[in-house]
Design a protein around this ligand. Sequence first.
Ligand code: SF4
Length: 417
Amino acid sequence: MDLLDTLTAKGLRGEVPTREEALAVLATTDDELLDVVAAAGKVRRRWFGRRVKLNYLVNLKSGLCPEDCSYCSQRLGSKAEILKYTWLKPDQAADAARAGVAGGAKRVCLVASGRGPTDRDIDRVTDTMAAIKEADPEVEICVCLGLLSDNQAERLKAAGADAYNHNLNTSENTYGTITKTHTYADRVDTVQKAHGAGLSACSGLIAGMGESDEDLVDVVFALRELGSDSVPVNFLIPFEGTPLAKEWNLTPQRCLRILAMVRFVNPDTEVRIAGGREVHLRSMQPLGLHIANSIFLGDYLTSEGQAGQADLDMIKDAGFEVEGAGEATLPRHRSDLAEAAQAAQAAHAGGCGTAASACGSGGGCGPCGGHAHPEAAPVATAASVGESEASEEGEELRSDLVKVRRRGAGTELAPNA
Ligand code: SF4
């Protein structure tokens, strides 16, 4: 049986491939690409049908972060000309969230820059979640505030949060080259603590930061072992004004191979195409829908995505449908597993005498599109617009595709949804 037959058979059974098989996916050629997409598509349809979950980012607090994540436009010392503002008021955030839900989003992702929240910040987010759920009790809320202190995950859960995002971003081996102000272990700890508090874990990666295939496979297997319920796959947006501004390493074909590898390793997990979708997949975005079952609608934290209506048109044209509020995202067996794991972790925490566990330290929001952040959003400076030269790796610099967000949360202009 050849590689793709093996991966398809395993994926249909919900089995994880070997590390060697995952590496082999990344090593396939462009001539094999459609076969890879088709194989991953069979696995995707087995567990998620033709549904696409839409998620909507609300950047509650933008820029001025004390952490040094080199991929992030909000980092310490960033020269990226992004929007910078402090906490949105609950009604302002709720207005932005409402626009996303009206556009078809099932989940709202509340993100704030910073190493981690203060207890006062948890109060703010609690008020914001109440305002959002008052308008729409059915909406899922994922919170992304960086590293959590004792009791904060439990407080968020009690206040109505459904999920917590904290991305691992890259492999343990390379993490120290990306960020100095916190560690990979800090991030793992935060994901575990959020999960232990009963929050659905959302944790993903950023591709395109100069990592090896082995690094990508390492982080994707780590996410599987952590039990992440949703895996955002970010493609680095090399923002002008950040240390990774010249890291244009990705092609649409490479992005599709990465998505396929993530799908095979996480056959029954929500795989989300996050930040960098428009910049790196470009006209190949519809092929990504055959692999991933989730995307962000509209804009990212600090960069603009394509128009929300273009997202909806793309989904419809490609033969997919937007997942409704009443539909379960994960297969039933995954939901049961998650509940059992949370119960076991809660029991363990109780046995240790810690009602609330320390959620780790280390800052870092995830790139949900950042969080993937969304994180890295490039800046379209006058100098960069129209730029088209070769990066050190030989790929074309496409800074012209990067547009800083100038609408929605933190502005007077309507959100893109
Ligand atoms: S990823 Fe999060 S913690 Fe890291 S610099 Fe950006 S906003 Fe700060």
